[in-house]
Design a binder for this molecule. Structure first.
Ligand code: NZQ
Ligand code: ZN
Length: 386
């Protein structure tokens, strides 16, 4: 096991009817800016519930944060925060709204050009406004981590950043708030949480059996509940609760402590979203099976372990078992209704050059747990995903 620090200060407030707890969670004297996406928070009634729980506190709402939140939109909120003297942010939504809240929290107190936050991956953040979240879409884990991803559409860049100042103070996780999600968003959530777990697990053995088994339990849970979430005639509270908690645990630092991490699938996927506006999770389903195939030698031992413990693959030669593990992964994504080929989005070989150039432009030239996924290898991965 590698050395690590683990410190996660986010207070999780989990369960039915917990939005009412905002009355105690938000500081009484706070001047609150509520951040929401498009229309969903208003339509579902969640926004009204939040406003009611805030009681007499001064508050306003900033709406219009788009999926894959944009820099320009977030900067409008920064201006509002500064002009209005808001001192607490409350994100109500999915990963996009929460990621935007993190950026706004940092940028509002940042001196200089806020785009530098992205260029430096957040290393230049020294303070941020406090913020909490009300999660409405289980997927990204943003509700209990310190990372965020912001997009600049004018230059086709989608860049991650993180800072220890960007953990939410609290996150309210009410599984009933997922009942209004269209099924494709449920599929996205399952696949995103699955790939987050894989990126921190399917690398090479690091003598970290407890991290491995935590990761395998998250994967097994997603494999078990995923198809059921799609076929249920009515939302099942316990399955929704399991999805919510699994997605949070998949990226709150716990399973990644003390183990090697990959993240190449995410970095290549971000370029596909920036260039072609494909949903985040859908890009991961395209890249991961091809990446596992390309890196099957480097990931051999963990692919065998994953095949056996997650998919019950015990027979055949080692090579056959590795192939079966990769095929089970692809088949799972497809069963979740998520295509695993670039061609499903009308993209062919001609699309690959630009993606590779963007990876180079963004410094994504040494990806993976061994830092050995060069642009040439990213190209081979994308060719394998055609
Ligand atoms: O905009 P509204 O109207 O609110 O609709 C949203 C949006 O269109 C809708 N939605 C959310 N909750 C709903 C709902 N519709 C009905 N009922 C509800 N309860 O769902 C749509 C997608 O929302 P979005 O927040 O974009 O999805 P997601 O949570 O998948 O977030 C994706 C973003 O998170 C980033 C991704 O790159 C992407 O930008 N990620 C953030 C990470 C992090 N901070 O740790 C890690 C991830 O790997 C990921 O990169
Ligand atoms: Zn993700």
């Amino acid at each position: 096991m590698q050395n690590f620090d683990f410190h996660n200060p986010t207070h999780i407030v989990f369960g039915k009817d917990r939005i009412a707890d905002l009355a105690n969670l938000v500081p009484a004297a706070a001047k609150v800016l509520i951040l929401v996406g498009g229309a969903s928070a208003e339509k579902t009634g969640t926004l009204a519930e939040v406003r009611q729980a805030l009681g007499a506190r001064q508050h306003s709402t900033f709406s219009g944060i788009e999926p894959n939140p944009g820099f320009d939109t977030a900067m409008k909120a920064v201006q509002l925060v500064r002009e209005g003297g808001f001192d607490f942010l409350l994100a109500v939504g999915g990963g996009s709204v929460i990621d935007a809240a993190k950026f706004i929290a940092a940028a509002a107190l940042f001196e200089g050009d806020a785009w530098d936050i992205l260029l430096q991956g957040g290393r230049n953040i020294s303070q941020a406004l406090p913020f909490g979240t009300v999660l409405t879409l289980p997927a990204t884990g943003s509700e209990m981590n310190n990372g965020s991803v912001i997009t600049r559409r004018d230059i086709g860049a989608k860049l991650p950043f993180r800072s220890r100042h960007l953990y939410p103070l609290f996150s309210v996780l009410d599984p009933t708030k997922t009942y209004t999600l269209p099924l494709p968003q449920i599929s996205n959530g399952v696949v995103d949480a699955f790939v987050h777990t894989v990126e921190q697990y399917l690398t090479y053995p690091a003598n970290a059996p407890v991290q491995d088994r935590f990761a395998e339990s998250l994967l097994q849970t997603l494999v078990e509940i995923g198809p059921r979430l799609l076929t249920a005639t009515a939302p099942d509270y316990d399955d929704r609760a399991s999805l919510m908690w699994t997605a949070t645990l998949a990226l709150n630092g716990l399973i990644g402590a003390g183990v090697p991490q990959d993240w190449a699938t995410h970095m290549i996927g971000h370029e596909l979203t920036a260039l072609h506006n494909i949903d985040h999770a859908r890009t991961l389903a395209i890249v991961l099976p091809a990446l596992l195939q390309e890196r099957r030698a480097q990931k051999h031992a963990k692919l065998l372990q994953y095949g056996e413990r997650v998919w019950g693959i015990r027979s055949g030669s080692e090579d056959e078992r590795v192939t079966a593990a990769i095929e089970h992964t692809r088949d799972f994504f497809e069963r979740m209704g998520i295509p695993t080929r670039l061609s499903a989005y009308g993209l062919g070989a001609e699309a690959i050059d630009v993606v590779v150039h963007q990876l180079e432009d963004h410094g994504m030239t040494q990806l993976g747990e061994h830092s050995d996924i060069t642009p040439a290898i990213s190209r081979r991965i994308l060719e394998g995903a055609l």
